[in-house]
Design a protein around this ligand. Structure first.
Ligand code: XIL
Length: 395
């Protein structure tokens, strides 16, 4: 049985010291609250925090009013005690990596399989974690029955199927989800609305509909638009900015924008803080929802081909966290999985890997250490004694 969330609101404390803190000192005070957003946000915490290591990411993040999360692999959570321990000890929010996607929840039409998603929600409640629901409307990981049937459906039929899906899923988890990724990746790389089955059959209005339906089904959940490359200033980011402004102008219940933040050391670092801030300035919450940093690896391994690549990974993890810390309405920072061997990266971007903050033995990497240090510095905690990290660096 799932319990409902017990929440209290606590003001974040930002004590300044040293480098990161100096950056934070330049952060302006909170901007006006979103008119439609429930009073939730950074600083929201459970009444009874579990005892977690004082130097864990979640304990340190809590000191600066940030939720830190990871995507969770359902099989690992079910079977691997070490994996469970890390997720529980280190993170204050969790996102199902696949378990709440349409193909996972409704593999056969009308037959739901809630088991894996329910297990994650229960785990989160046992460990006083908040859940990011991911994701209601996407063009990928749709069930085979839907991919087959959709092209022959009338717009009315497909609209009814989508509406039913959103109501069924959001109602099932009602009260248990902190942030829902309502619409995922609806803008393409050229800055056009993506030519998905949803746009083709339903027209652009499906986006507003999805948010309205989700809000009716669970009025307390924070509703997010989520996408990749939002932080690279250009056509895609502009279109997303325009889209959310249009939604707000229409009174659509949208409360946040999720920056996936799948980074690569092969490209330049994006204009992350600036873009987080400009969306926050619309009165929205922002979040980094799927952070990973891939680099070139030796074939078939998660060993970076160069020391420079590995160092750049640490730097990009650090910069991505600092960007969130510098934006008052950035309420969560979620890494996309733990354990380089479990990451989607090697299978999706051949030749790259080593993208997470834990290695193949589920030991923390130097990228974990930089996140930990950034959080410590941000809270003004004393700098911990150093130790040797990967590549012979003194951390
Ligand atoms: C990925 C998962 O990590 C993989 O396990 C799965 O095979 C494919 O999807 N953007 C998203 C995530 O919003 O849902 C994707 O997750 C990664 C890209």
């Amino acid at each position: 049985m799932r319990r409902s969330m017990q929440l209290t609101v606590r003001r974040p404390v930002l004590v300044t010291s040293l480098g990161v803190a100096a950056l934070l000192a330049a952060v302006p005070a909170a901007t006006a609250a979103s008119p439609s957003a429930p009073e939730q946000g950074r600083g929201q915490e459970h009444a009874s925090a579990p005892s977690v290591p004082a130097d864990s990411l979640r304990a340190l993040a809590s000191d600066v009013g940030l939720h830190i999360g990871t995507a969770v692999n359902a099989e690992q959570l079910a079977q691997n005690p070490r994996y469970r321990e890390i997720v529980a000890d280190q993170f204050s929010t969790v996102t199902p990596e696949n378990a709440m996607k349409w193909e996972a929840l409704e593999p056969r039409r009308g037959e739901y399989d809630w088991a894996q998603a329910d297990q994650l929600v229960e785990f989160a409640q046992e460990n006083d974690q908040l859940v990011r629901g991911h994701t209601l409307v996407w063009h990928n990981q749709l069930p085979a029955w839907l991919n087959e049937a959709a092209p022959d459906m009338t717009p009315e039929e497909l609209r009814a199927v989508l509406r039913q899906h959103i109501f069924d899923v959001v109602r099932h988890f009602r009260g248990d989800i902190w942030q829902w990724d309502v619409v995922n990746e609806a803008v393409d790389d050229n800055g056009e609305l993506r030519d998905s089955i949803w746009l083709q059959k339903l027209g652009p209005g499906y986006i507003a509909d999805a948010f309205r339906w989700a809000h009716q089904a669970d009025p307390k959940a924070l509703l997010f638009y989520n996408d990749y490359n939002v932080a690279y200033t250009g056509a895609k980011s502009e279109r997303i900015y325009q889209l959310v402004k249009e939604l707000q102008a229409q009174g659509v219940p949208i409360h946040g924008v999720g920056f996936q933040t799948h980074l690569s050391t092969q490209y330049g670092f994006p204009q992350l803080r600036e873009n987080l801030q400009r969306f926050a300035d619309l009165g929205l919450y922002v979040a980094e929802t799927e952070v990973d940093v891939r680099t070139e690896v030796q074939e078939g391994t998660n060993t970076p081909t160069s020391n420079a690549g590995a160092l750049a990974q640490d730097a990009e993890y650090s910069q991505s966290l600092q960007a969130c810390l510098q934006v008052r309405r950035c309420i969560s920072y979620t890494v996309w999985g733990i354990g380089d061997h479990l990451s989607w990266v090697p299978g999706t971007f051949p030749g790259t890997g080593a993208a997470t903050i834990y290695d193949e033995d589920l030991q923390p990497k130097s990228s974990y250490d930089v996140l930990q240090q950034d959080l410590e510095l941000a809270s003004g905690a004393p700098v911990r004694p150093g130790r040797w990290g990967h590549w012979g660096r003194w951390l």
